[in-house]
Design a protein around this ligand. Structure first.
Ligand code: CTP
Length: 425
């Protein structure tokens, strides 16, 4: 029972009650039920988390379907993987309970996604990354509270050690190198000596890992409370260099990460912005060709690849940007850059005059709009065409520069322009 109590203490309500009800359903269906992996590790470390990963040697889809029906939740099945997600009132939609049938994984080649077949709890645990992530606590019936620790994970947790389960672990799944650094630094642990020795020979296997998987792992690191620590560790281990020789964490980049103070709760957009900022810090001092290669290696989404290139361009052009004087000139020079690129550029530019002009553009100039639009100018006699665009731009510039301050002045300006340059301005 000891471990059941630990689990109960680590879980916020309603999670413990939900687990109890799920365990009752598992008993009724004559299935075993275990909580496994991260939540078990966190509970033994007396840390609270929101992830609930469950596994059964029975059919997870049946369990999820019956549980959703009987407990008033919703469920989504992933037939191919034999897994399901359960959603219950009182738990965030973004934090479903994962239910899986115990499985065996084999890797066709290093770095490949695993081929999954049904397995036992033993095979399900032995496929995992580190001993402390290969722990399970049984939840059903009289077995409730039994710790299943086949690989010495509890002892490794107590000693603060990361240990892989077999010597080919990093080759099978080289993303474990990134996961390992993340856990090591998050918990203040160390790689066990024999595990550490497996890292250098496994580095070339990273070349087989897809950009999407690498990006995902790096973004998980960016989302840590202190991302700099695992990044430095990965730099020192040669993992970043193996991903791309241009991917380094030097003092300049470290200083950027040190300025980062992530508030505990970030909404989705803010978290996305934070991730983008990290990419920009890593890439904004690269040459154009290195930046393009690195963006491709981690398969950055097109919008992000464009914006990191913009941050670099803004940083490179800070001397010129700082010299701009007229408000309309500043607005035009920065018009092609996204808000996100401009905001992020403020964190990588050191010239105060450039900072000031970019800040001015973001906070003020981008919100200045003339009162008259193209339709209204046509009503005053301007004809459609490129000339109308010019007139709009001139009025906009005059408004930005404070030469025109009222709609009446805009109209007067337009009438004079049309009279001077003819019906088609
Ligand atoms: N796992 C693994 N190898 C991977 C990814 C996952 O062995 N490359 C296993 C581990 O047992 C892990 C579990 O799947 O505990 C769940 O993975 P995930 O949710 O990514 O990790 P957590 O351990 O829950 O870590 P975090 O606290 O960062 O969510």
């Amino acid at each position: 029972m000891f471990y059941a109590e630990l689990l109960q203490a680590a879980l916020a309500e309603p999670d413990w009650s939900i687990l109890q009800r799920l365990a009752e359903i598992a008993v009724r269906l004559e299935m075993s039920l275990y909580i496994v992996g991260g939540p078990v590790r966190d509970c033994l470390l007396r840390r609270t988390g929101t992830d609930l990963d469950l596994t059964t040697e029975g059919d997870a889809l049946t369990l999820a379907r019956v549980a959703a029906r009987d407990l008033g939740g919703a469920w989504k099945k992933f037939e191919r993987f034999g897994t399901a997600k359960l959603y219950f009132p009182g738990r965030a939609r973004s934090a479903p309970i994962d239910v899986a049938t115990t499985r065996t994984e084999t890797y066709a080649h290093p770095g490949a996604l695993p081929e999954v077949t049904r397995g036992t709890l033993q095979t399900d645990l032995v496929r995992r990354d580190f001993t402390f992530n290969a722990l399970a606590i049984r939840l059903d019936g009289d077995h409730q509270g039994e710790l299943i620790d086949l690989h010495g994970g509890e002892q490794d947790l107590q000693q603060g050690l990361l240990r892989v389960l077999h010597p080919r672990s990093f080759e099978d799944d080289p993303t474990r190198l990134l996961r390992g650094a993340r856990f090591e630094q998050r918990f203040g642990f160390s790689f066990a000596t024999d595990t550490l020795q497996l890292i250098p020979p496994a580095l070339p296997a990273l070349d087989q890992v897809s950009g999407d998987r690498l990006r995902h792992e790096l973004e998980l690191i960016f989302g840590e409370a202190q991302p700099l620590k695992p990044l430095l560790r990965l730099h020192d281990l040669g993992v970043l260099h193996q991903i791309d020789p241009a991917c380094v964490v030097d003092d300049w980049i470290a200083a950027r990460f040190q300025t980062q103070t992530a508030p505990p709760e970030r909404n989705v957009e803010e978290a996305q912005d934070d991730r983008f900022t990290c990419w920009a810090w890593l890439t904004c001092r690269l040459t154009e060709s290195s930046l393009t290669r690195f963006s491709q290696r981690v398969n950055l989404a097109r919008a992000e690849a464009v914006d990191v290139a913009q941050v670099k361009a803004l940083r490179d052009a800070q001397g010129t940007i700082g010299m701009l004087q007229r408000r309309s000139e500043i607005y035009r020079a920065l018009a092609a850059y996204s808000d996100r690129a401009l905001r992020t550029a403020l964190t990588v530019i050191d010239r105060p005059a450039a900072q000031q002009n970019i800040g001015l553009c973001l906070n003020e100039l981008r919100h200045v709009k003339p009162a008259l639009d193209g339709h209204q100018l046509q009503a005053l006699g301007a004809l459609r065409g490129p000339g109308l665009g010019r007139l709009l731009e001139q009025i906009h510039d005059a408004v930005l520069d404070g030469l025109i301050t009222t709609p009446q002045q805009e109209e007067d300006y337009a009438r004079q322009f049309i009279a001077r340059e003819g019906q088609d301005p």
